[in-house]
Design a protein around this ligand. Structure first.
Ligand SMILES: C[S@@+](CC[C@H](N)C(=O)[O-])C[C@H]1O[C@@H](n2cnc3c(N)ncnc32)[C@H](O)[C@@H]1O
Length: 235
């Protein structure tokens, strides 16, 4: 999995059950999203459980958000849409060790869906060189895309309000769902900060708890019983 040529992989496009697309790595069989609905899953796990929860429960003028795994850019797109809809400032830092090539990104149909079609040019820019550091949505959404390995990433402590933890599954990359990684992510969150993720496996819950998080199990999207939200206590 940790191979600098991976982003040159010719990913296979899949249309998921809600009509949105995702990609599958032909070598590992791993998909970037649930086959039961890519947009449906991302909206529930990251937007509803993470971003909307944060907006409702914290009074912060700007949300500093960290995403683990930029991938197709779907979470970034959904977050940009919310920033515009609610007129909120978001600084969106996203890391990926193996960014998608623009050719692979062009296989995705998100901006052919009616609700996202006005974001077509933004989505193309997300995956270009220019999208490494660029502002979208009339200045509301600032994207910083960083190519790095999560295991080597050392961001500033107590900086982020919210983390979207969207690595490939713990079955495929167990080293990314470890106590060591979650302890580091706990440190980079502000007190009261939140981490959301799609996996509710026992090992993930335990590693989050051991890192200091208070872990909540929430209803999952189609095809998944539960997902997680982990809170860093305020004091
Ligand atoms: C499930 S996908 C992310 C989906 C993405 N959030 C989206 O909205 O499409 C996981 C991503 O993690 C990246 N990745 C794999 N190993 C990594 C590592 N060691 N450090 C950082 N990113 C990694 C992959 O390249 C892939 O893009």
């Amino acid at each position: 999995m940790r191979n600098n040529d991976l982003h040159r992989v010719d990913y296979v496009t899949i249309i998921t059950d809600d009509g949105s697309s995702t990609l599958r790595d032909p070598a590992t069989g791993e998909t970037f999203h649930s086959g039961f609905g890519a947009v449906t899953e991302s909206k529930l796990v990251f937007i509803q459980n993470g971003l909307n929860y944060m907006i409702q429960n914290q009074s912060t003028a700007r949300i500093n958000l960290l995403e683990i795994g930029f991938g197709t850019g779907l979470n970034a797109l959904l977050t940009l849409v919310e920033a515009c809809r609610r007129s909120i400032q978001i600084e969106y830092t996203s890391i990926d060790a193996f960014p998608l090539s623009p050719e692979n990104a062009a296989k995705l149909n998100f901006t052919q869906l009616a609700e996202f079609e006005t974001f077509k040019n933004d989505f193309i820019t997300f995956h270009n060189e220019a999208g490494m550091e660029q502002t979208f949505g009339n200045g509301l959404f600032k994207l910083k895309r960083i190519q790095t390995d999560l295991l080597e990433f050392e961001p500033a402590k107590s900086y982020f309000d919210l983390i979207y933890f969207d690595a490939f599954s713990p079955n495929v990359q167990p080293e990314l769902w470890s106590l060591q990684v979650f302890t580091r992510l706990f440190m980079v969150l502000k007190p009261g900060g939140v981490l959301v993720t799609y996996s509710s496996k026992g090992v993930v819950k335990n590693a989050l708890r051991e890192s200091g998080f208070i872990v909540e199990r929430l209803p999952g999207p189609p095809g998944k019983r539960h997902v997680l939200r982990a809170l860093k206590p305020k004091n």
